[in-house]
Design a protein around this ligand. Sequence first.
Ligand SMILES: Cc1cc2nc3c(=O)[nH]c(=O)nc-3n(C[C@H](O)[C@H](O)[C@H](O)COP(=O)(O)O)c2cc1C
Length: 392
Amino acid sequence: MQARRCAVLVIEPRERLDFDLARLTQGGSGIEMMLDSFALAAHLDEEQTLDDDEVRILGKLSPENWVDFDALAAEHPQEVLQSLVSKGLLLCDSPAHAKLRHADEIVRAGHWKGLSAIVQRHTRWGGVDTLEAERRFGEETDRPFLDRLGTPEPPVRERVESGQRMALGKPADSALESLIRQRVTCRNWDTSRPVSAQDFAHTLYRTFAARAVSDQPGIDVMKRAVPSAGGLHPTEAYLLVQNVEGVAPGLYHYHPIDHALEPLGEVAAAETQALALRLVAGQRHFMKAHVLVVLASRFRRTFWKYRNHAKAYRAVILDAGHLSQTLYLAAAERGLAAFITAAVNERDIEQLFGLDPMQEGVLAVSGFGWRGAEQVDEAEFDPLGSVWRNSV
Ligand SMILES: Cc1cc2nc3c(=O)[nH]c(=O)nc-3n(C[C@H](O)[C@H](O)[C@H](O)COP(=O)(O)O)c2cc1C
């Protein structure tokens, strides 16, 4: 049997509090600080705790060369090697390891910068309910928010005295300014009114559609409404449609060149909100949006050019921001409202749409629909009274 270490691995020493009743009875506080080592691997969802021998030996195993397991066992304690095999960090060429090897191969083929791969793999959530967590946190501490956190950093870092600032003229109102003012993150939805097929198509077109495709031989590059590193536009829109005229509730992929929907499965109308709630990690104020849009990036599309590149992952994340802002403005143009959230259950979304996290990573969930008449679910931030005129 041949073996080699996984491709991308970070070992993080982390301190935790350990409580021991015996220490308490001996007169101490009972609390001791413990240092553990955690292995974060780019092909594994779960982190693994390591003992000192495992840390030491991991540092000696090649991630490139397959080596005969018996030869490794001649150099290192067999029980330590076996433990690393069982933790999925030392990969074998046996059929039993096929799934792990496949996950590792995906990382290798993806041209990932190691640290970016670790961030992508290990910042994903599954089954998290953020509102429930907030409620529990609120119950555990009765101190007001500001007391707990202190005041935030000021809104501006002022570099000179106010008298030294060069005042700039303000632009006149314009169509763009008016759309910008309508852009208020929506947390209250009017479920009694479906989004029309036309408004739905409009919003998707403005945000995601290719206006043109360049005809460089072998490299199809889309021209979209937003900029993208290398013009590669890795970010796809996956939809959970809840309430759109003429579009059955369900899962879809948007095709940006054909400006068309690819149906991926119907969802019973009565079940879409519960599904939406799971995707947005329990944020009830987003679950009734008429359309939820998962922004998922095909890393390989960008990393094809920016291989093992320190900036590539950041560039992909920036793409999602551009698309989100354009979605807000495109929705506003039709009188619709939009939202974005990064607090999402990536693992649940991957499962739903069949996405591998290292090939097509969920970066955020956005969405749009009709704003409700009242702020019942959650307050919105509209100090200008642009959309909540009566509330100012
Ligand atoms: C990257 C990103 C993540 C966000 N995540 C959340 C979120 O998890 N939940 C939420 O209610 N709003 C979220 N928002 C919306 C912000 O809370 C909102 O933009 C902010 O309150 C300012 O309000 P405005 O968008 O109406 O100006 C997010 C916005 C961005 C850009």
